[in-house]
Design a protein around this ligand. Structure first.
Ligand code: SF4
Length: 520
């Protein structure tokens, strides 16, 4: 080829003289001929599976890491065992590696993994160029909940031994992830019961399907769909009892017929959607997730203590310091953390929301803030700057304290010359003031949160606590669960956090080791 390309017009040579004897094809005359593309053919190829992916490919890291784990928890239900006939089952190490790798690449669908096993090099490397059925993958993801929880704890043990977790400072945060249910799938109890009757009739109807009428595969699929719908509706009827226990007013009780255990929750964009509240505890040292739980509560108000229980269960140790945002702060939480000797860092919500600042919002002049009202312990009432009496009216549990309310006579305030400075918004009642009975723990908490140290620690919260949330939603694509029900949703959240922790290990340990192992 090089010689022929080297022959230029006018460059006489032996080769050139030999060629002169033959008729040269005329360029541009006749149709050009090209290699045919045959897409109908079936062909065999040699594939070196080991070389499908490079040495530093993340799939190798996942395989290596999962290989360090004790997977005996998955062996108990294995049906194919040595000495017995039958097709061998898939190795749990492979199925776990596949799911972890898939989640890390933003794939959360068993069907999609099955497709990727057909051609994608990393999946082919993991499976040894075999294809794994979507049903097998799907069942494996949600079947072994105890084994998966054990796996999560083992991963934490390895990361702790590697010095990646210290539990010196843990940050808890909640994030809403959408349920696999539409907003219009919520129904009242009567409608759910009607639908359940229809579903039962449907289950009976499909039981009678014979293989003559339809194929065996379609009949099985129809039976399965009818049975699953019936089960969901049974669960939906049960869920009304749960709503009653939660104190939901009867006329407002609605349950989703698609996923009865999800709840309508407020989203970060201000809208509302069927969701679950995923509570994540993150160790501040390297942003490793040390506990995860899924709850039906729409807010984080009572979620800190259960979160600490999960951390203790997973790590066998109590965190020294815990940081949350204001959504977790309550009098009970502060007292509980104090009792457990956990240093609790969170904003004093009362200061901004219900203190002197809110007086400004209501147009109350500084001279008429509650500090200007004088309390008389003997008579248990207040005297206002105009000398009028505010009598005891009642007690209420405010955010951080027990609060006693005192109120002036309506007639005193409506005719008062300074009403516009004291209580401009009060049209039908007299001015009120509150006397708080603050616990020593709350006072100490307020004093601590006023220090520079506490404020500096709190500034780290968003970056640490929201890192796993961002990874799980943005990188892994888990904005909506692919399974239904609290138990299965909890398992999917655990898979995502397990994957996230393995990625942390890959970033901090495996990549470094790979770089060191490179020849210089
Ligand atoms: S408005 Fe009522 S409470 Fe306020 S100063 Fe006048 S009388 Fe007193």
């Amino acid at each position: 080829m090089g010689i022929e390309q080297g022959i230029l017009p006018g460059c006489g040579s032996a080769v050139g003289s030999e060629a002169e004897g033959k008729a040269k094809p005329e360029v541009g005359v006749g149709n050009p001929r090209y290699e045919a593309i045959n897409r109908e053919q079936l062909c065999w190829r040699h594939v070196d599976v080991e070389r499908l992916i490079e040495a530093e490919h993340p799939a190798r890291a996942v395989w290596e890491f999962v290989g360090k784990l004790d997977l005996r928890g998955y062996q108990e239900e294995a049906r194919a065992v040595e000495g017995k006939a039958g097709r061998p089952g898939w190795d749990p190490r492979l199925l776990i590696s596949l799911w972890v790798y898939a989640y890390s690449e933003g794939v959360g669908s068993a069907r999609r993994i099955e497709e990727l096993c057909e051609w994608e090099p990393a999946y082919q490397w993991l499976t040894g160029a075999q294809v794994i059925n979507a049903h097998t993958l799907s069942d494996f993801r949600v079947k072994h909940d105890q084994a998966l929880k054990g796996l999560f704890v083992q991963v934490l043990g390895l990361l702790t031994a590697d010095g990646l977790i210290t539990l010196e400072r843990v940050m808890q945060d909640g994030t809403k992830i959408r349920a696999k249910a539409a907003g219009d799938s919520f129904r009242r109890k009567e409608r759910v019961e009607q639908a359940l009757e229809q579903a039962r009739a449907q289950v009976e109807a499909v039981q009678g399907l014979s293989e003559e009428e339809t194929s065996r595969r379609i009949a099985t699929a129809r039976k399965r769909a009818a049975r699953e719908r019936g089960e969901r509706l049974e669960a939906a009827v049960e869920e009304f009892n749960q709503l009653a226990e939660e104190g939901k007013e009867k006329e407002k009780r609605r349950v989703s017929t698609s996923d009865p255990e999800c709840r309508i929750m407020k989203q970060p964009d201000g809208g509302f959607a069927p969701s679950y509240n995923v509570q994540i505890d993150t160790d501040a040292k390297n942003c490793v997730v040390v506990a995860v739980g899924v709850v039906q509560a729409g807010n984080d108000f009572e979620q800190l203590e259960p979160g600490i229980h999960r951390v203790e269960h997973n790590q066998g140790k109590t965190p020294e310091e815990v940081v949350t945002d204001g959504g977790f702060v309550s009098r009970d939480t502060i007292v509980a953390m104090n009792k457990r000797e956990i240093d609790y860092i969170a904003p004093c919500v009362d200061e901004g929301g219900k203190g002197e600042g809110s007086y400004n919002g209501r147009g109350v002049n500084a001279e008429y803030h509650s500090s200007a009202f004088v309390y008389d312990a003997q008579t248990d009432n207040y005297r206002c700057p105009q000398g009028k009496i505010l009598s005891y009216e009642g007690k209420e549990q405010r955010h951080m304290q027990v609060s006693y309310r005192y109120r002036a006579q309506r007639s005193d305030c409506q005719g008062c010359a300074v009403k516009i400075q004291c209580c401009p918004g009060n049209r039908v009642a007299g001015r009120s003031v509150h006397r708080g009975e603050e616990l020593a723990e709350i006072t100490a908490f307020r004093q601590k949160m006023a220090t520079e140290r506490a404020r500096e620690i709190y500034k780290q919260r968003a970056q640490v606590a929201e890192t796993p949330n961002l990874w799980i939603k943005a990188k892994f694509g888990l904005r909506q669960f692919s399974v239904r029900g609290l138990r299965k949703v909890g398992m999917e959240a655990l898979w995502a956090c397990l994957t996230y922790n393995i990625r942390v290990w890959m970033r901090l340990r495996w990549r470094k080791a790979a770089v060191v192992a490179q020849p210089v």
